[in-house]
Structures are given as structure tokens and as C-alpha cells.
Ligand binder design. Structure first.
Ligand SMILES: Cc1ncc(COP(=O)(O)O)c(C=O)c1O
Length: 392
């Protein structure tokens, strides 16, 4: 049967993505997976078994809209201790990953032609949802301190002068995906002031807040600095405990929650995470930190040894990705097929831009591969780029 005549007229717009990202390769630098070796089968099984011993019968019914109350309590405590946020458990709802919450926000806020402001490069998952809804994403110049708030204000002024009001500012202010930058405290305050002055919500995605490797402690979340209900906050446990668990969360004013509805992740997964975090969170975060430190250093060393000196990369102090800039003429989107043939895949810079440009950049993640695999994969990639004429 040809189903095309049955599909909705409102399907998301098709968004251009490189085919090579679908290929299976030996070295995968394109995904932000949890560290595979730190998925502790025994500890997960023990957490599942103890929580089921207490709460199994709760699985008979449908979970409440906001999800498992115990886990929301753990999240409220963590937000208070680590991110300077006072949230009531009723301000929080659980979602199927951060991505599930973002999907709800995009669906609830965006009509075709709406404007969203985002960093100069921004996470492709959210970007593709926005482009799928035919939003116009305006990228704001950004640097190692995150989004440039002078440029943000100018963009808002220009849009206002043209009679256009942005639907929201979308920002990943900690260990940004893909650049690794963290928004400075000064800029956080300024972004909040701009949002208040021009009456624009902020969608703050802190999915990487648990992944500090070294360097300065993180500034508080904007959600914690906000007195005006401007911030909708999303985060996730997928990168920490396993992407397959599909559990994240959102903190939003009640008026917004009433429209978004609950996120409805698996109650079983949230119960297990609740039990595991209560007993193992601190040690797990530290184990991940140590592993990411070794893998990041392997990536930086491998890049230093194999990439020529006209390539630039900074040291990410958290998160799980390195951001590399090649000479202007390089086209990492076009080169992906050759890399895939050689057994390596990575994300070209263009997938983080609405206009699919700036492909002299690429993102290499380091959470998935061991240090040895990182050395091998980067050497192979350098060879592909050398042969393809991407280097100087
Ligand atoms: C910034 C950011 N937000 C959201 C997601 C999606 O995460 P989840 O698996 O929790 O849906 C990712 C995954 O890469 C991400 O990097």
C-alpha cells in the first residue's frame, strides 16, 4: 500500500542531515552516549529489586501526570544543592529524556514562521524539531563564555523593530552542545534582564550539569536567579545513567505545565533511577568524571598529535564533546562519507546551524570510546582529512 495519501498535512518539514550519520562504523564520535563501562548491571538490578519490593503494586495503575514523586523529590534536592534552585516537587514533571520535554515545549510554543533565538551553534536535536515546525532560528554570536548577550540584545532589538517577537531564547548554558562553552554569571544575569525587559521566555537546557570534569565550578542555573517566572528548565538522566532509560525532567511554571501536560516516561525506569540515585549518585558522578577526564585528555592528545597546527580546539572542562575548527575551506559534511568508509563517524558543524553552513567545524564526542579507541579513531580521521585536502 502507498501510505502517502493518508499522512497528515502537518507532518514536520524535512530537515537535511548527512546520510553517513546512519551508518555503522567502528569508531563513533557522533553520539553523546553515557559511558558504557559505567552501566553497573549489579547495582541497577539491586536498585530495581529493592524498589520493586516496596512499590511494585504501584505499577498496576497509570502514573500521575508529573511522574514518580520520590524521584521529583530527589531532583528538587539536587537542584537546591547543586544549581541554586528552590523548586517545589510540583514545579517538576518527569519526561522521556530532555528531548521529550523539549518536544512538548516546541509543540506547545511554535507555529510556522515563529522566531527562536539560540547560540551560534546549537544542539541538532532541538534545532531539527524547530526547523521541522518551520520556525526561524536566529543564531546569536557566542564564544567561550556562552551566548554574547550584547549580540542577543541587538538581535532582539532588530526583531522588535521588524515587528517580530521571539517565542523564546533557547540556551544550553553549561558545557554547551556542541561547543562545550559555559555561560558566565554576568551573562546569565544579563540574559535574564533582557528576557524580563523584552518579555521573552528562556528555555534553559542543563542536560550536562552533572558532567563537570575540572576547572571552575558552574555558576548557578538561571532558573535559580530568576524572580519573574521567565525560565523553563530541562535536564536529563540519560547521559549519566543510560540513554536507553529515557528519563529526564522539566521545571516550569504551572501555567506552562497545564499546556504541556506530563511527560509520561516509564514508571519502572523512574522507580529504578530514584532508588539508584538515592544510594549511588555522588559515587557515580565521580566515576563518570574520572572516566571523562581520561577520555577528554586522550582526545586532546590525539588531536594535538594528528591534526595540524592551523586546526583549533579548546579544552572542554565538562560535558562529553570536543569542538574542532579546521581551515575555512574544509567541508566536514562532504568528507563524512569518506570518514565512514574508513570506519569513523563524527558530526559536521553544519548540523548545528539552521542554514547548514560553517562546515569547517566538527564535533567529536569522547564518552562512548575508550582512550585507545579515541587515539585510533582520531588518527584515522586525520588521515581521511589529509587525503581529502581538508587540512591547510
Ligand atoms: C543539549 C541536549 N539536550 C537534549 C538531549 C537529548 O537528551 P535525552 O536523551 O535526555 O532526550 C541531548 C542529547 O544529546 C543534548 O545534548
Amino acid at each position: 500500500m502507498d501510505y502517502s495519501k493518508f499522512f497528515s498535512k502537518n507532518l514536520p518539514a524535512t530537515v537535511d542531515m548527512p546520510q553517513g550519520l546512519r551508518a555503522d562504523t567502528e569508531h563513533i564520535f557522533s553520539v553523546t552516549n553515557a559511558v558504557p563501562q559505567l552501566i553497573d548491571a549489579g547495582a541497577y538490578a539491586e536498585a530495581m529489586s529493592s524498589v520493586l519490593a516496596r512499590e511494585a503494586s504501584s505499577l498496576a495503575g497509570y502514573p500521575g501526570m508529573k511522574g514518580h514523586e520520590g524521584l521529583r523529590g530527589v531532583i528538587a534536592d539536587e537542584l537546591q544543592d547543586k544549581r541554586g534552585v528552590s523548586a517545589d516537587i510540583d514545579d517538576i514533571f518527569l519526561s522521556d529524556g530532555a528531548g521529550g520535554a523539549i518536544r512538548k515545549i516546541v509543540d506547545a510554543f511554535i507555529d510556522p514562521g515563529d522566531v527562536v533565538l539560540a547560540e551560534e551553534f546549537t544542539y541538532s536535536g532541538t534545532l531539527n524539531m524547530l526547523l521541522g515546525k518551520r520556525a526561524e532560528v536566529v543564531h546569536v554570536q557566542s564564544d567561550e563564555d556562552g551566548m554574547n548577550t550584547d549580540a542577543l540584545e541587538q538581535a532582539v532589538r532588530d526583531l522588535t523593530a521588524a515587528g517580530r517577537k521571539p517565542k523564546f531564547i533557547y540556551t544550553i548554558p553549561v558545557y554547551q552542545n556542541p561547543t562545550g562553552a559555559t555561560l558566565s554569571l554576568k551573562r546569565r544575569r544579563r540574559m535574564l534582564a533582557i528576557a524580563a525587559e523584552y518579555d521573552i521566555p528562556i528555555v534553559e537546557n542543563e542536560s550536562y550539569a552533572d558532567f563537570r570534569i575540572d576547572g571552575e565550578p558552574l555558576p548557578p542555573a538561571m532558573l535559580g536567579l530568576d524572580d519573574n517566572g521567565l525560565v523553563i528548565y530541562v535536564s536529563s538522566y540519560t547521559k549519566l545513567l543510560g540513554c536507553g532509560l529515557r528519563v529526564g525532567f522539566c521545571v516550569a511554571p504551572q501555567q506552562v505545565q497545564d499546556v504541556l501536560g506530563g511527560g509520561m516516561p516509564s514508571q519502572l525506569a523512574t522507580m529504578m533511577i530514584y532508588e539508584y540515585l538515592r544510594n549511588h549518585k555522588a559515587e557515580h558522578v565521580e566515576a563518570v568524571r574520572r572516566e571523562l577526564l581520561a577520555r577528554r585528555d586522550a582526545l586532546l592528545a590525539a588531536l594535538g598529535e594528528n591534526f595540524p597546527s592551523d586546526c583549533e580546539f579548546s579544552t572542554p572542562h565538562g560535558g562529553m564533546m570536543g569542538w574542532v575548527k579546521l581551515p575555512e575551506h574544509a567541508d566536514t559534511w562532504a568528507a563524512l562519507d569518506s570518514a565512514v568508509e574508513a570506519g569513523v563517524k563524527y558530526n559536521p558543524g553544519g548540523i548545528y546551524r539552521a542554514t547548514r553552513d560553517r562546515n569547517n567545524h566538527l564535533r567529536l564526542t569522547f564518552s562512548h570510546n575508550t582512550a585507545e579507541e579515541i587515539y585510533d579513531g582520531v588518527a584515522t580521521l586525520a588521515d581521511v582529512f589529509q587525503r581529502g585536502g581538508l587540512f591547510g
